[in-house]
Every structure is written in structure tokens, then in C-alpha cells.
Write a protein that binds this ligand. Structure first.
Ligand SMILES: Nc1ncnc2c1ncn2[C@@H]1O[C@H](COP(=O)(O)OP(=O)(O)OP(=O)(O)O)[C@@H](O)[C@H]1O
Ligand SMILES: [Mg+2]
Length: 262
């Protein structure tokens, strides 16, 4: 199962990515979590110790690897390079593993607005489309805020794109933009996930005002998220109500991706 997590800035994409990754890992599934934010935070959300984290280099910064696999120097636009570079060994070799979650950081990848393809993005696209996953394996992509990344090259392969929204019109406005852009690339496997929801009324608001994206479920607003951060502990360990919410969402995702195989 391949999932991308999108939404407006600060709605809780990284928090959700870490929660889902941990939930699936605990259930014994092989989990590859990918931090696609040029300012990565997923390692912290997963509670990865700094010493382990320091051994991780973002893929986009691995100039030699990119050149070796694509035949072109990073930063090159145009020219000739391999569009289907070999990627099968990348997750194992260039990631770190913590509590059953394998983490990979993409780094700052240049993707031109008009669908330009550069060697870095060719490598990443190959990585996500051609990697063979067993049915049970889980890929979770923590995307950066907003909508620009919804170019053809980045997320059209997913089984489900989760659009995180707080119960506010502004975050639903971003969800609507994401839906339009996703439709443009033929992606309609979108699900809304509410976060920072303080009441059933707010959950009902999200469902009623959703821009046509079905609500998969929601996570409550909880002060424990802040104390988890202060204690440098993963929310999954620190906040039982969010752990339970994550387990429900993980089960719901399993159901919809089985019902709608790609
Ligand atoms: N359910 C929640 N209850 C309370 N606070 C939350 C909850 N979920 C997330 N937060 C807080 O909201 C802030 C943003 O969360 P997070 O970093 O996960 O969002 P994001 O969408 O990944 O942000 P960015 O767009 O910067 O990548 C953080 O301070 C986080 O602790
Ligand atoms: Mg984030």
C-alpha cells in the first residue's frame, strides 16, 4: 500500500505520517516512511535518536548516487539521462531503521513548475513507482505543504492520497485545490482526514463542508502533542487517544485500499 499525506501547512501531516508508520510497524508490517519535505521533521516525529539520524543523507543531496544511476549530474536540466535508473537497493542502503520504521529523506528536489524532469526527480520517481512492494508493505510519503508537488512526477502512483484538514474553512480551501490538481493528473483516490478536531460538531463540519472528498476519519486535538514534543517523545507513545485514532485510521486505510485496488 502506498499512501501520500498532503494538506495545508501545519495541519498535522507529519504527525499523522509518524502515527500511521508506527501503527503499521507495530502490526508487523514493513514500513518505508519518506520525508518529502525539504525541511525534514519526520525523524523527530518518529523519535529517532540524533546519533542515528546523523547517519542519514537526503537522496537529493547524493550527487554521486544520482549521477551514477542516471548518468547525469544533479541540477542538469535537459540533455540525456536514464529515466529508469536502478533503484532496488536504495531503500535499504540509504535509509535508517528505527522501531520497525525505515526512514528515507528526499531533501530539496528541484521540480520545475512545468513538469521539468531533472536527474534527481527521475531517480525519485523511479524509486517510488518501480519499487516492488509485497501486498502488505506500506509506503508513507509525508509531502510538503500546499499543492505545487502535485505535478505528474511525484504522487500519481499512490493507492490513497490523504488530505489532512483542520476544522477550518481555510484548510478545506487547500483541500479543494488539492482535489482539483489531483483530478488533473487522474488521481481520484483521495480521502480527507480531520485533525485537531475538538468536538463531534467539528467533525460533522468537516464532513459537511468537505470539497467532495470522503472523510476517512479524524484525530482529536490534544494537548499531549505539545508535551510529547517537549519530552522529545513520539506522539504515538505519549498520547493514547492519538495512538488509538491512528490504529483506527490504519485499519480504515487497509479496508479502502483492498476495496479499491490499483
Ligand atoms: N491532534 C493534534 N492536537 C494538537 N496539536 C497537534 C495535533 N496534530 C498536530 N499538532 C501540532 O500542530 C503542529 C503542526 O503539526 P505537523 O508538523 O504534524 O504539521 P504539518 O502539516 O506536517 O506541518 P508542515 O506543513 O509544516 O509540514 C505541531 O506543532 C503539532 O505538534
Ligand atoms: Mg510536516
Amino acid at each position: 500500500m502506498k499512501i501520500a499525506i498532503t494538506g495545508k501547512g501545519g495541519v498535522g501531516k507529519t504527525t499523522l505520517a509518524a502515527l500511521l508508520a508506527q501503527a503499521y510497524a507495530e502490526a508487523g508490517r514493513a514500513v518505508l516512511a519518506v520525508d518529502a519535505d525539504p525541511a525534514p521533521c519526520l525523524a523527530d516525529a518518529l523519535g529517532i535518536p540524533p546519533a542515528l539520524r546523523s547517519g542519514l543523507t537526503p537522496i537529493a543531496e547524493m550527487g554521486e548516487l544520482i549521477e551514477e544511476r542516471t548518468g547525469a549530474k544533479p541540477g542538469t536540466v535537459g540533455g540525456f539521462f536514464t529515466l529508469n535508473p536502478r533503484v532496488d537497493d536504495i531503500p535499504e542502503e540509504f535509509s535508517i531503521m528505527h522501531r520497525g520504521v525505515r526512514l528515507l529523506e528526499m531533501g530539496a528536489v528541484k521540480t520545475g513548475s512545468s513538469g521539468c524532469i531533472c536527474p534527481e526527480s527521475a531517480l525519485l520517481k523511479a524509486l517510488f513507482t518501480h519499487l516492488l512492494f509485497r501486498q502488505d508493505d506500506v509506503l508513507i510519503l509525508d509531502m510538503y505543504a500546499g499543492v505545487e508537488h502535485l505535478g505528474r512526477a511525484t504522487a500519481d502512483f499512490v493507492d490513497a492520497m490523504l488530505v489532512v484538514a483542520e476544522p477550518t474553512r481555510r484548510s478545506l480551501g487547500t483541500a479543494a485545490q488539492i482535489r482539483t490538481l489531483a483530478e488533473d493528473i487522474g488521481l481520484n483516490r483521495l480521502w480527507l482526514v480531520g485533525n485537531k478536531v475538538s468536538s463531534v460538531e467539528q467533525a460533522a463540519f468537516l464532513e459537511a463542508e468537505s470539497p467532495g472528498i470522503p472523510l476517512l476519519g479524524w484525530l482529536p486535538e490534544d494537548g499531549g502533542v505539545l508535551t510529547a514534543d517537549l519530552a522529545a517523545e513520539p506522539v504515538y507513545d505519549h498520547v493514547p487517544v492519538l495512538r488509538e485514532g491512528a490504529l483506527r485510521l490504519a485499519a480504515a486505510l487497509d479496508r479502502i485500499t483492498v476495496e479499491q485496488p490499483t
